[in-house]
Write a protein that binds this ligand. Structure first.
Ligand SMILES: *[C@@H]1O[C@H](CO)[C@@H](O)[C@H](O)[C@H]1NC(C)=O
Ligand SMILES: *[C@@H]1O[C@H](CO)[C@@H](O)[C@H](O)[C@H]1NC(C)=O
Ligand SMILES: *[C@@H]1O[C@H](CO)[C@@H](O)[C@H](O)[C@H]1NC(C)=O
Ligand SMILES: *[C@@H]1O[C@H](CO)[C@@H](O)[C@H](O)[C@H]1NC(C)=O
Ligand SMILES: *[C@@H]1O[C@H](CO)[C@@H](O)[C@H](O)[C@H]1NC(C)=O
Ligand SMILES: *[C@@H]1O[C@H](CO)[C@@H](O)[C@H](O)[C@H]1NC(C)=O
Length: 461
């Protein structure tokens, strides 16, 4: 049934907005950093940050004992019978996990961004915000961890109170910001986040240089429920007047600097909420996400916008990278399914006893878009399917299949970047430790990176 619905929705867009073409993708390299990889916080960070996950238990009540909370379950693969992932929180150190954005730095070196920690403002105050540099060996699939840049706000650029407000170093936490996308322009790092959603400028030491609220034409600053301007505590028990436009966790999951470094496109993860209409934004039955543009020279928004039409109302956008001046790649995916379809649950089978995936990976794609005149829909030129990758040489490090295919089975493929004229890289956000879409053994997903050879896709017009 789910499958039929998907087809129907795709058909709508095919006839409605633009044609769709599927392009081949060949696995050229595959590497992973183990889910258990940890890093110690800097010596000048408060002791509070030396352990993480203390507020992830029931009611967000503090748990100080390492591993003191009950083992985590993956509720995603099969909501009716959650699968244990064999991990207990809190942990010592910080997890190098949850890769939400990626950029290629050259020489096999990638910058990867760890998102806010455990998924919400309230359970992540002790997750420190980090960008990691990892060098991968294409030939062996090895991951060589180089270093972590810890983000901080020592110069008080954020206008609101942070967890480490009273410290000198003012390291940033997953209760302060939810960082999701990253770009490098000259000496600066630009990060798209989703509690604002805000755009943030850092130096390479991780110190915040500037903070920018978004500006959407016709709306102004579009706010998420965690935006510091929103005071969600009602005065009394009567229905409150708190309104905001950005659904929780639908902020700047995607942002992409232009090749010349003069602009940044910021793309909302989902459609904005139109309170007047009581709907998420849509036209002719097609839901769309707004994209706005930031002028790096003048350091303000240009006042231009574009619209990205979704294939399905519930789809979300995971990351974006520019190919050239006018075209880009964007991850579009469903937000619920995970697991290799070959291991889907058969009739009557569930995760009691032998494991299976009740909702195997269904819609996980990378689209190529062309950005036209402001005020228009972006044109979707075609896509590659992350559930249908060719692996003729068997280079998969994990999840190798006998039929010459490779699947990125994760709930959240969430980072994509251009490596060279014919190659892209895709990484998964493992929502550590909650996602277990790769193996049936009851272990959290690792942080995987897949290099995909996609010459026809990148050249398509
Ligand atoms: C779970 O963790 C224990 C202790 O670390 C280990 O012995 C066991 O093999 C793990 N099980 C799985 C399925 O990974
Ligand atoms: C919200 O929807 C109404 C009704 O379609 C429309 O008139 C209005 O312009 C929309 N608001 C925005 C900000 O797009
Ligand atoms: C407002 O809602 C109607 C009915 O659901 C829908 O057709 C229309 O596209 C919506 N307008 C906007 C701006 O989302
Ligand atoms: C960007 O800002 C620069 C400097 O203020 C200005 O010259 C340029 O016209 C702006 N470009 C756009 C598209 O807004
Ligand atoms: C951006 O800033 C420039 C000056 O720095 C100003 O002239 C322009 O109006 C601003 N644009 C917007 C959209 O605010
Ligand atoms: C899962 O399967 C087991 C064994 O077949 C069965 O006893 C149990 O009721 C099933 N659970 C659910 C939620 O379907």
């Amino acid at each position: 049934m789910r499958f039929l619905l998907l087809l129907a929705a795709t058909f709508l867009v095919v006839t409605g907005i633009n044609a769709q073409q599927k392009f081949p993708a060949v696995l050229k390299g595959h590497a992973l950093l183990a889910d258990s990889f940890r890093v110690d916080v800097p010596a000048d960070a408060p002791e509070f940050f030396q352990t993480a996950g203390k507020y992830t238990g029931s009611g967000k009540k503090r748990m100080d004992k390492i591993g003191g909370l009950p083992a985590v379950f993956d509720t995603n693969a099969d909501p009716s019978t959650p699968r244990p992932v064999n991990v207990s929180l809190p942990i010592k150190g910080q997890s190098v996990q949850g890769m939400s954005g990626v950029r290629y730095l050259g020489n096999g070196m990638f910058a990867l961004i760890t998102d806010n920690g455990y998924g919400s403002k309230f359970n992540s105050p002790d997750a420190i915000l980090m960008v990691h540099v990892i060098q991968y060996d294409w030939a062996t699939g090895g991951a060589n961890y180089i270093r972590t840049i810890f983000l901080s706000d020592p110069n008080k650029k954020l206008p609101f109170q942070i967890v480490a407000e009273t410290t000198k170093t003012r390291y940033l936490s997953g209760a302060d910001l939810d960082i999701e996308s990253i770009n490098f322009i000259g000496d600066t790092m630009w990060i798209g986040e989703e509690f604002g959603p805000y755009l943030l400028e850092f130096d390479w030491d991780g110190k915040l240089l500037n903070f920018y609220e978004n500006a959407v034409p016709g709306i102004g600053s579009a706010k998420a429920p965690e935006n510091y301007n929103i005071f969600p505590l009602p005065t009394n028990g009567q229905p409150g007047a708190v309104t905001f436009e950005v659904r929780r966790s639908r902020g700047f999951e995607s942002s992409a600097s232009t090749i010349d470094g003069k602009f940044i496109y910021a793309l909302f993860e989902g459609p904005l909420w139109n309170a007047t209409n009581s709907t998420y934004e849509q036209k002719d039955g097609v839901f769309f996400n707004r994209m706005i543009k930031f002028n790096v020279t003048s350091r303000n928004w240009t006042g231009e916008q574009w619209f990205y039409p979704l294939e399905n109302a519930a789809n979300v956008l995971g990351d974006m990278a520019m190919i050239d001046d006018t075209s880009a790649i964007v991850i579009e995916r469903d937000d619920t399914t995970e697991g290799d379809p070959d291991f889907g649950c058969k009739a009557g089978q569930n995760n009691t006893g032998t494991y299976c995936f009740a909702r195997p990976a269904a819609f996980k794609r990378v689209y190529k878009i062309v950005i036209g005149e402001p005020g228009t829909y972006v044109k979707k030129v075609g896509y590659i399917d992350l559930i249908d990758i060719d692996d003729p040489n068997g280079v998969a490090k994990i999840g190798k299949k006998s039929n010459g295919k490779f699947v990125m089975p994760h709930q959240n493929p969430e980072g994509v970047c251009i490596v060279d004229k014919t190659t892209i890289a895709v990484v998964n956000d493992n929502n550590y430790p909650g996602n277990a879409g790769r193996t049936l053994a009851g272990k959290p997903d690792d942080n995987e990176i897949a290099w995909l050879s996609v010459p026809e896709f990148l050249a398509a017009v």
